[in-house]
Design a protein around this ligand. Structure first.
Ligand code: FAD
Ligand code: EPU
Length: 278
């Protein structure tokens, strides 16, 4: 086994966009044999770390990250039903589809992370979600590679119901032939919708939107922008973004979340996945 795959201790704050999180044993794997070895003990899968709040104490499980061999951006050649590796960066995929004149991914413009994470989260915007353009998902599950048709994944709003322990290794998209110019044009509105989002350290929207409303709008209406616990703050630009002003801790973020919830009478469900004990 390559030395790099054997667990080494890392700080998860270095692997998450919110830049919060303590130590864990990282296994970066190439190929299914290494994935099999790494998943022999309790594990969590890390994608781009852009939807995670990780405890300052880290996590006791192995953190498994799919390596470059699971990224297939370069192999995309214009096929309208490409299989794309789970470690492929989503922004790169969206850009490449545009250059190839393939339509379908425009609404995902600006979402960070990798394809595997986007599948698990059913990432999307008001212009559409990734599940809308998938046909099948490739999984590694209990030592076997399996393919699941999209109808069997149980996709919901920012959610999926994959079998427990399943590792997404690839996803098959269904794209529509178009032209680079038309695809670029169709990206203008999704790009515009993102203008009001902060550029500093965050993990995107903290809460899911309640039915027929926007959590950001509600938080804003309650005057909570700028509310701060330590270095964790409700963004001045968008009420559903909690930003890390520098050295925020997970405890500060959780206290801020409690504070937001206590001041709003509508229940707000977390969109972020929380890792580890507070
Ligand atoms: P991670 O955060 O690494 O993981 C998310 C979950 O998926 C974890 O539970 C993890 O264990 C699991 N997971 C990851 N990869 C795998 C795999 N291969 N197999 C099994 N499980 C896996 N989200 C949106 O939906 N829409 C937006 O518009 C949006 N905008 C954002 C803007 C900013 C600035 C930021 C920082 C985030 C934004 N997000 C948005 C949130 C986030 O980018 C998405 O949820 C993204 O799809 C998460 O992907 P990831 O690879 O970073 O996953
Ligand atoms: N609004 C405010 N104040 C705010 C934020 C928003 O008044 O602080 C208003 C806006 O002016 C607009 C409405 O609320 O009239 C909706 O805002 P926006 O267009 O920003 O959409 P959103 O519902 O807040 C959703 C997704 C985002 C996605 C955008 C763009 C969720 C939880 N959020 O935000 O996804 O980027 O639409 O399509 O579904 C994410 O999931 O992490 C995420 C960032």
């Amino acid at each position: 086994m390559r030395a790099s795959t054997v667990g080494r201790t890392v700080l998860l704050r270095d692997l998450t966009t919110l830049r919060i999180g303590g130590p864990a044993e990282l296994w970066e794997v190439e190929g299914s044999e290494e994935l099999a070895e790494a998943t022999r003990r309790p594990y969590r899968i890390l994608g781009g770390g852009s939807n995670l709040l990780v405890s300052d104490s880290g996590v006791p499980e192995r953190v498994v990250k799919l390596g470059r061999s699971f990224s297939t951006l370069e192999a995309l050649d214009g096929s309208v039903e490409p299989w794309v590796g789970a470690a492929t960066p989503l922004p790169g995929l969206v850009r490449r589809a545009q250059r190839l004149g393939l339509s379908g991914l425009e609404g995902l413009l600006g979402i960070p992370g990798v394809v595997g994470g986007a599948v698990v989260m059913n990432a999307g915007t008001r212009f559409g979600s990734i599940a809308d353009v998938l046909t099948e998902v490739g999984l590694y599950l209990e030592g076997r590679s399996v393919r699941l048709p999209v109808a069997e994944v149980g996709f919901g709003y920012r959610s999926s119901e994959l079998p427990p322990g399943a590792v997404v290794t690839k996803a098959r998209f269904r794209l529509v032939p178009s032209t680079p110019e038309r695809v670029a044009k169709a990206m203008e509105a999704p790009d515009e919708a993102r203008r009001g989002q902060p550029k500093i350290k965050s993990a995107g929207c903290a809460f899911k939107n309640p039915p027929h409303d926007s959590a950001g709008h509600i938080i804003d209406l309650h005057g909570l922008k700028g509310l701060r616990v330590g270095d964790a703050m409700v963004s001045h630009e968008h009420g559903n973004f909690i930003v890390n002003l520098g050295n925020a801790t997970s405890t500060e973020v959780l206290r801020l979340i409690d504070e937001i919830r206590s001041r709003i009478d509508i229940p707000l469900q977390m969109e972020w996945h929380l890792w580890g004990q507070p």
